[in-house]
Ligand binder design. Sequence first.
Ligand SMILES: Cc1cc2nc3c(=O)[nH]c(=O)nc-3n(C[C@H](O)[C@H](O)[C@H](O)COP(=O)(O)OP(=O)(O)OC[C@H]3O[C@@H](n4cnc5c(N)ncnc54)[C@H](O)[C@@H]3O)c2cc1C
Length: 286
Amino acid sequence: MRWYAPRKLHEALALLTERPDLIPIAGGTDIMVGRDPRACGHDYLSLANVAALRGIRETPAGVAIGALATMTEIGRHPIVCRALPALAASARATGAFAIQNRATLGGNIMNASPAADNAPVLLAYGASVSLMSVARLRHVPYENFHSGYKVTVRRPEEILGEIFVPYAPLGARHYFRKVGTRRAQAISKVGLAALLVGRPGAWERVRFGFSSVAATPILACALAATITGTARGLPDDEGLAEALGRDLAARDDIRSTAEYRRRIALNLVREALAPWRHQGGCDAGQ
Ligand SMILES: Cc1cc2nc3c(=O)[nH]c(=O)nc-3n(C[C@H](O)[C@H](O)[C@H](O)COP(=O)(O)OP(=O)(O)OC[C@H]3O[C@@H](n4cnc5c(N)ncnc54)[C@H](O)[C@@H]3O)c2cc1C
Protein backbone atom coordinates (compact mmCIF):
# COMPACT_ATOMS: atom_id res chain seq x y z
CA MET A 1 0.00 0.00 0.00
CA ARG A 2 1.25 3.49 -0.83
CA TRP A 3 0.12 6.66 0.87
CA TYR A 4 0.32 10.03 -0.93
CA ALA A 5 -0.16 13.17 1.17
CA PRO A 6 0.23 16.34 -0.91
CA ARG A 7 -0.08 19.81 0.61
CA LYS A 8 -1.31 21.66 -2.45
CA LEU A 9 -4.62 21.17 -4.18
CA HIS A 10 -3.05 21.22 -7.65
CA GLU A 11 -0.67 18.43 -6.58
CA ALA A 12 -3.56 16.33 -5.31
CA LEU A 13 -5.51 16.86 -8.53
CA ALA A 14 -2.47 16.03 -10.67
CA LEU A 15 -1.89 12.82 -8.71
CA LEU A 16 -5.49 11.78 -9.19
CA THR A 17 -5.34 12.45 -12.92
CA GLU A 18 -2.26 10.25 -13.17
CA ARG A 19 -3.63 7.64 -10.75
CA PRO A 20 -7.47 7.67 -10.83
CA ASP A 21 -7.34 4.39 -8.89
CA LEU A 22 -6.09 6.22 -5.77
CA ILE A 23 -8.66 6.33 -2.99
CA PRO A 24 -9.08 9.80 -1.48
CA ILE A 25 -9.12 9.80 2.31
CA ALA A 26 -10.14 12.70 4.57
CA GLY A 27 -10.88 11.94 8.25
CA GLY A 28 -10.71 8.21 7.60
CA THR A 29 -13.64 7.35 9.89
CA ASP A 30 -15.44 5.46 7.16
CA ILE A 31 -12.42 4.11 5.30
CA MET A 32 -10.49 2.91 8.37
CA VAL A 33 -13.36 0.78 9.60
CA GLY A 34 -14.56 -0.01 6.11
CA ARG A 35 -15.65 -3.38 4.98
CA ASP A 36 -15.67 -2.16 1.39
CA PRO A 37 -13.60 -4.66 -0.60
CA ARG A 38 -12.87 -1.93 -3.16
CA ALA A 39 -10.73 -0.20 -0.52
CA CYS A 40 -8.49 -3.20 0.28
CA GLY A 41 -4.98 -3.35 -1.12
CA HIS A 42 -5.27 0.06 -2.73
CA ASP A 43 -3.07 3.12 -2.62
CA TYR A 44 -4.45 6.21 -0.89
CA LEU A 45 -4.49 9.93 -1.51
CA SER A 46 -4.70 11.71 1.83
CA LEU A 47 -6.37 15.10 1.53
CA ALA A 48 -5.81 15.97 5.18
CA ASN A 49 -2.93 18.39 4.50
CA VAL A 50 -4.62 20.29 1.67
CA ALA A 51 -5.45 23.60 3.31
CA ALA A 52 -7.51 24.75 0.31
CA LEU A 53 -10.14 22.15 1.18
CA ARG A 54 -10.61 23.47 4.72
CA GLY A 55 -12.64 26.30 6.16
CA ILE A 56 -16.16 27.66 6.33
CA ARG A 57 -16.86 30.93 4.52
CA GLU A 58 -19.81 33.28 4.64
CA THR A 59 -20.74 34.59 1.16
CA PRO A 60 -23.56 36.98 0.17
CA ALA A 61 -25.73 34.05 -1.00
CA GLY A 62 -24.89 31.31 1.48
CA VAL A 63 -22.22 29.40 3.37
CA ALA A 64 -19.36 27.70 1.52
CA ILE A 65 -18.06 24.72 3.49
CA GLY A 66 -14.74 23.11 2.58
CA ALA A 67 -14.96 19.36 2.08
CA LEU A 68 -12.53 18.87 4.99
CA ALA A 69 -14.62 20.82 7.51
CA THR A 70 -15.23 18.49 10.43
CA MET A 71 -18.49 17.82 12.23
CA THR A 72 -17.08 19.58 15.31
CA GLU A 73 -16.21 22.68 13.27
CA ILE A 74 -19.60 22.72 11.56
CA GLY A 75 -21.62 22.02 14.71
CA ARG A 76 -19.94 24.90 16.57
CA HIS A 77 -19.49 27.42 13.79
CA PRO A 78 -21.32 30.69 14.59
CA ILE A 79 -22.44 31.29 10.99
CA VAL A 80 -23.70 27.74 10.58
CA CYS A 81 -25.44 27.80 13.97
CA ARG A 82 -27.14 31.10 13.11
CA ALA A 83 -27.98 30.67 9.41
CA LEU A 84 -28.18 26.88 8.98
CA PRO A 85 -29.27 25.52 12.36
CA ALA A 86 -30.44 22.20 10.89
CA LEU A 87 -26.92 21.56 9.57
CA ALA A 88 -25.36 22.44 12.92
CA ALA A 89 -27.79 19.96 14.49
CA SER A 90 -27.04 17.15 12.02
CA ALA A 91 -23.28 17.64 12.47
CA ARG A 92 -23.72 17.36 16.24
CA ALA A 93 -25.79 14.18 15.73
CA THR A 94 -23.12 12.45 13.62
CA GLY A 95 -21.41 9.81 15.75
CA ALA A 96 -19.90 10.77 19.11
CA PHE A 97 -17.33 13.48 19.93
CA ALA A 98 -14.27 11.47 18.90
CA ILE A 99 -15.82 10.78 15.50
CA GLN A 100 -16.99 14.38 15.12
CA ASN A 101 -13.42 15.61 15.61
CA ARG A 102 -12.23 13.69 12.54
CA ALA A 103 -15.30 13.09 10.37
CA THR A 104 -15.62 15.57 7.50
CA LEU A 105 -18.71 16.76 5.66
CA GLY A 106 -17.08 15.81 2.35
CA GLY A 107 -16.43 12.28 3.61
CA ASN A 108 -19.97 11.97 4.93
CA ILE A 109 -21.56 12.62 1.55
CA MET A 110 -18.84 10.94 -0.54
CA ASN A 111 -19.24 7.76 1.47
CA ALA A 112 -22.77 7.95 0.07
CA SER A 113 -24.50 5.94 2.75
CA PRO A 114 -28.29 6.30 2.56
CA ALA A 115 -28.09 6.78 6.35
CA ALA A 116 -25.64 9.73 6.27
CA ASP A 117 -26.93 12.25 8.80
CA ASN A 118 -25.99 15.42 6.96
CA ALA A 119 -27.42 14.37 3.61
CA PRO A 120 -31.11 15.12 4.35
CA VAL A 121 -30.18 18.59 5.56
CA LEU A 122 -28.20 19.40 2.42
CA LEU A 123 -31.20 18.22 0.37
CA ALA A 124 -33.63 20.36 2.37
CA TYR A 125 -31.44 23.46 2.09
CA GLY A 126 -30.94 22.99 -1.68
CA ALA A 127 -27.14 22.69 -1.42
CA SER A 128 -24.75 22.18 -4.32
CA VAL A 129 -21.26 20.68 -4.43
CA SER A 130 -18.15 21.44 -6.45
CA LEU A 131 -16.23 18.62 -8.09
CA MET A 132 -12.73 19.51 -9.24
CA SER A 133 -10.25 17.88 -11.60
CA VAL A 134 -7.19 19.15 -13.45
CA ALA A 135 -9.37 19.69 -16.50
CA ARG A 136 -12.37 21.42 -14.96
CA LEU A 137 -14.54 22.50 -12.10
CA ARG A 138 -18.22 21.57 -12.10
CA HIS A 139 -21.06 22.39 -9.75
CA VAL A 140 -23.67 19.74 -9.10
CA PRO A 141 -26.96 20.32 -7.28
CA TYR A 142 -26.81 18.00 -4.30
CA GLU A 143 -30.18 16.51 -5.19
CA ASN A 144 -28.48 15.08 -8.34
CA PHE A 145 -25.35 13.88 -6.55
CA HIS A 146 -26.35 10.35 -5.45
CA SER A 147 -26.92 8.12 -8.46
CA GLY A 148 -27.49 4.78 -6.69
CA TYR A 149 -26.72 2.83 -3.53
CA LYS A 150 -23.32 4.12 -2.38
CA VAL A 151 -22.70 5.61 -5.82
CA THR A 152 -22.28 9.28 -6.66
CA VAL A 153 -21.70 11.21 -9.87
CA ARG A 154 -18.07 11.90 -8.87
CA ARG A 155 -15.62 10.75 -11.53
CA PRO A 156 -12.43 8.92 -10.45
CA GLU A 157 -10.18 11.89 -11.27
CA GLU A 158 -12.32 14.34 -9.29
CA ILE A 159 -12.05 15.67 -5.74
CA LEU A 160 -15.02 17.06 -3.87
CA GLY A 161 -13.98 20.64 -3.10
CA GLU A 162 -16.75 22.57 -1.43
CA ILE A 163 -20.34 22.24 -0.32
CA PHE A 164 -22.35 25.41 -0.87
CA VAL A 165 -25.49 25.88 1.21
CA PRO A 166 -27.73 28.85 0.31
CA TYR A 167 -29.29 30.95 3.06
CA ALA A 168 -32.90 30.31 3.87
CA PRO A 169 -35.35 33.24 3.79
CA LEU A 170 -36.11 34.99 7.07
CA GLY A 171 -38.90 33.33 8.99
CA ALA A 172 -38.18 29.86 7.56
CA ARG A 173 -38.74 26.78 9.71
CA HIS A 174 -35.54 24.71 9.86
CA TYR A 175 -36.15 21.17 11.05
CA PHE A 176 -33.87 18.18 11.67
CA ARG A 177 -34.50 15.01 13.59
CA LYS A 178 -32.68 11.71 13.61
CA VAL A 179 -34.38 8.62 14.99
CA GLY A 180 -31.98 5.90 16.08
CA THR A 181 -31.61 3.32 18.80
CA ARG A 182 -29.77 5.78 21.03
CA ARG A 183 -29.00 9.50 20.97
CA ALA A 184 -25.27 9.07 20.38
CA GLN A 185 -23.26 6.72 18.22
CA ALA A 186 -26.28 5.24 16.45
CA ILE A 187 -26.90 5.08 12.73
CA SER A 188 -30.33 6.47 11.92
CA LYS A 189 -33.40 4.33 11.35
CA VAL A 190 -34.97 7.42 9.77
CA GLY A 191 -33.71 10.99 9.47
CA LEU A 192 -35.71 13.99 8.29
CA ALA A 193 -34.68 17.54 7.53
CA ALA A 194 -37.15 20.14 6.32
CA LEU A 195 -37.06 23.73 5.18
CA LEU A 196 -40.50 25.31 5.21
CA VAL A 197 -41.19 28.88 4.12
CA GLY A 198 -44.67 30.40 3.96
CA ARG A 199 -47.93 28.98 5.23
CA PRO A 200 -50.65 26.56 4.12
CA GLY A 201 -52.14 27.71 0.86
CA ALA A 202 -49.26 30.16 0.29
CA TRP A 203 -46.03 28.19 0.50
CA GLU A 204 -42.86 29.77 -0.87
CA ARG A 205 -40.60 26.76 -0.29
CA VAL A 206 -41.25 23.25 0.94
CA ARG A 207 -38.34 20.82 0.97
CA PHE A 208 -38.06 17.54 2.85
CA GLY A 209 -34.85 15.46 2.80
CA PHE A 210 -34.83 11.94 4.23
CA SER A 211 -32.14 9.45 5.20
CA SER A 212 -32.46 5.68 5.62
CA VAL A 213 -35.72 5.27 3.70
CA ALA A 214 -34.35 4.38 0.24
CA ALA A 215 -31.14 3.30 -1.46
CA THR A 216 -29.92 6.91 -1.40
CA PRO A 217 -30.74 9.97 0.67
CA ILE A 218 -33.88 11.39 -0.98
CA LEU A 219 -35.65 14.66 -1.60
CA ALA A 220 -39.35 13.94 -1.02
CA CYS A 221 -40.85 15.61 -4.09
CA ALA A 222 -44.30 13.96 -3.98
CA LEU A 223 -44.70 15.03 -0.36
CA ALA A 224 -43.76 18.63 -1.19
CA ALA A 225 -46.15 18.66 -4.18
CA THR A 226 -49.00 17.35 -2.04
CA ILE A 227 -48.44 20.00 0.61
CA THR A 228 -48.05 22.90 -1.81
CA GLY A 229 -50.90 21.60 -3.98
CA THR A 230 -53.39 21.69 -1.13
CA ALA A 231 -55.23 24.96 -1.64
CA ARG A 232 -56.36 25.44 1.96
CA GLY A 233 -54.83 24.06 5.13
CA LEU A 234 -52.60 21.02 5.16
CA PRO A 235 -53.23 17.56 3.71
CA ASP A 236 -54.62 15.13 6.28
CA ASP A 237 -52.52 12.20 7.55
CA GLU A 238 -53.88 9.95 4.82
CA GLY A 239 -52.77 12.43 2.16
CA LEU A 240 -49.33 12.77 3.73
CA ALA A 241 -48.94 9.00 4.01
CA GLU A 242 -50.03 8.49 0.41
CA ALA A 243 -47.45 11.04 -0.80
CA LEU A 244 -44.74 9.48 1.36
CA GLY A 245 -45.63 6.11 -0.15
CA ARG A 246 -44.61 7.52 -3.53
CA ASP A 247 -41.34 9.04 -2.25
CA LEU A 248 -40.06 6.35 0.11
CA ALA A 249 -38.62 2.96 -0.80
CA ALA A 250 -38.09 1.82 2.78
CA ARG A 251 -36.80 -1.71 3.36
CA ASP A 252 -36.26 -4.09 6.25
CA ASP A 253 -32.65 -4.29 7.41
CA ILE A 254 -30.65 -4.93 10.58
CA ARG A 255 -31.59 -1.56 12.06
CA SER A 256 -35.32 -1.44 11.44
CA THR A 257 -38.30 -2.61 9.44
CA ALA A 258 -39.83 -0.90 6.45
CA GLU A 259 -43.14 -0.59 8.28
CA TYR A 260 -41.55 1.13 11.29
CA ARG A 261 -39.66 3.49 8.98
CA ARG A 262 -42.84 4.49 7.15
CA ARG A 263 -44.66 5.19 10.42
CA ILE A 264 -41.79 7.20 11.88
CA ALA A 265 -41.39 9.14 8.63
CA LEU A 266 -45.03 10.24 8.84
CA ASN A 267 -44.64 11.19 12.51
CA LEU A 268 -41.57 13.28 11.69
CA VAL A 269 -43.38 15.05 8.85
CA ARG A 270 -46.25 15.82 11.22
CA GLU A 271 -43.76 17.19 13.73
CA ALA A 272 -42.07 19.34 11.08
CA LEU A 273 -45.49 20.76 10.13
CA ALA A 274 -46.61 21.16 13.75
CA PRO A 275 -46.52 24.98 13.84
CA TRP A 276 -49.24 25.06 11.17
CA ARG A 277 -51.25 22.03 12.23
CA HIS A 278 -52.69 23.81 15.24
CA GLN A 279 -53.23 27.25 13.80
CA GLY A 280 -55.25 27.27 10.65
CA GLY A 281 -53.45 24.20 9.37
CA CYS A 282 -55.01 20.82 8.94
CA ASP A 283 -57.86 21.29 11.36
CA ALA A 284 -58.94 24.88 10.93
CA GLY A 285 -58.24 25.24 7.24
CA GLN A 286 -60.42 22.52 5.80
C1 LIG B 1 -18.04 4.74 15.31
C2 LIG B 1 -18.60 5.46 14.10
C3 LIG B 1 -19.80 6.15 14.24
C4 LIG B 1 -20.34 6.80 13.13
N1 LIG B 1 -21.53 7.46 13.29
C5 LIG B 1 -22.09 8.10 12.23
C6 LIG B 1 -23.34 8.77 12.37
O1 LIG B 1 -23.95 8.81 13.44
N2 LIG B 1 -23.85 9.38 11.27
C7 LIG B 1 -23.22 9.38 10.07
O2 LIG B 1 -23.74 9.97 9.11
N3 LIG B 1 -22.03 8.75 9.91
C8 LIG B 1 -21.44 8.13 10.95
N4 LIG B 1 -20.24 7.47 10.80
C9 LIG B 1 -19.61 7.47 9.49
C10 LIG B 1 -18.49 8.53 9.28
O3 LIG B 1 -17.95 8.96 10.49
C11 LIG B 1 -19.02 9.75 8.48
O4 LIG B 1 -19.59 9.34 7.27
C12 LIG B 1 -17.90 10.76 8.22
O5 LIG B 1 -18.47 12.02 7.96
C13 LIG B 1 -16.96 10.39 7.09
O6 LIG B 1 -16.00 11.42 6.93
P1 LIG B 1 -14.43 11.09 6.85
O7 LIG B 1 -13.76 12.38 6.62
O8 LIG B 1 -13.97 10.30 7.99
O9 LIG B 1 -14.43 10.20 5.50
P2 LIG B 1 -13.34 9.16 4.97
O10 LIG B 1 -13.45 7.88 5.72
O11 LIG B 1 -11.99 9.79 4.90
O12 LIG B 1 -13.88 8.96 3.49
C14 LIG B 1 -15.20 8.51 3.24
C15 LIG B 1 -15.40 8.39 1.72
O13 LIG B 1 -15.36 9.66 1.11
C16 LIG B 1 -14.31 9.74 0.12
N5 LIG B 1 -13.81 11.11 0.24
C17 LIG B 1 -13.58 11.78 1.40
N6 LIG B 1 -13.29 13.06 1.13
C18 LIG B 1 -13.33 13.20 -0.22
C19 LIG B 1 -13.13 14.30 -1.11
N7 LIG B 1 -12.88 15.55 -0.66
N8 LIG B 1 -13.25 14.10 -2.43
C20 LIG B 1 -13.55 12.86 -2.91
N9 LIG B 1 -13.76 11.79 -2.12
C21 LIG B 1 -13.65 11.96 -0.79
C22 LIG B 1 -13.36 8.63 0.46
O14 LIG B 1 -12.67 8.15 -0.67
C23 LIG B 1 -14.33 7.57 1.01
O15 LIG B 1 -14.94 6.89 -0.06
C24 LIG B 1 -19.66 6.81 11.89
C25 LIG B 1 -18.44 6.13 11.77
C26 LIG B 1 -17.91 5.47 12.86
C27 LIG B 1 -16.60 4.75 12.72
